[in-house]
Design a protein around this ligand. Sequence first.
Ligand code: SF4
Length: 233
Amino acid sequence: MLKQRPTELRVGGLTRLSTCDWPGQLVATVFCQGCAWDCAYCHNPGLRPARTPAQGPGCVPWAKVLGFLSGRRGLLDAVVFSGGEPTLQPALLEAVAEVRRLGFLVGLHTAGMNPETLEQLLGSIEWVGFDVKAPFADYARVTGVRHSGARALASLRSLLSSGVEYEVRTTWHPDLLSLEDLYRLKEELRSLGVAHYVIQRYRSQGARPLLPEVSEFPSLFAGSGDFQRFEIR
Ligand code: SF4
């Protein structure tokens, strides 16, 4: 991927303080505009279109993000690039470098749709929240895009072999993934060497009205709540 200047990064939103976008860290979250997949449960559907230019209506100029971060040195631990899908933007690599020069750790939320860029980034980031959509052969059922599973699998392999800390997570909705699918997925992840895995319940807030609300997790998962965390051994 050709590099672009950080000022070309299309930022659709900025959360100035989050304690949950990177568990255990106080972070600011930069929401990158644009995503090539079409998950029915997407919580940021407004970020899916790849709007241009970076200074256009609805976008937060990179200079403004940088100015904000400059004033938060020593107060925030890290910056998380989320989306949308950050790895689709050629300006991401240089934007990450600028954030590091300010002294912040860097985290990334990705669904792994661009293994080439992820590979380039892994030496410059400390943590990845990696969305796994389905058993890898069944990805198109969730993403609406053929061969999306192969790209996600390549990205996940590269993440696991990098040694960068991560959390793999799956959003579960019974209309998209049966319990059998979930069991199969968990086994696929185990065989790949995934140790930290979270299954989160679909929530309709912020999503398009395409799926019914899910009232609770099935009895397969011990306990209750919005997500279940597994250490896979
Ligand atoms: S990959 Fe993420 S940002 Fe893209 S449509 Fe799916 S949930 Fe939304």
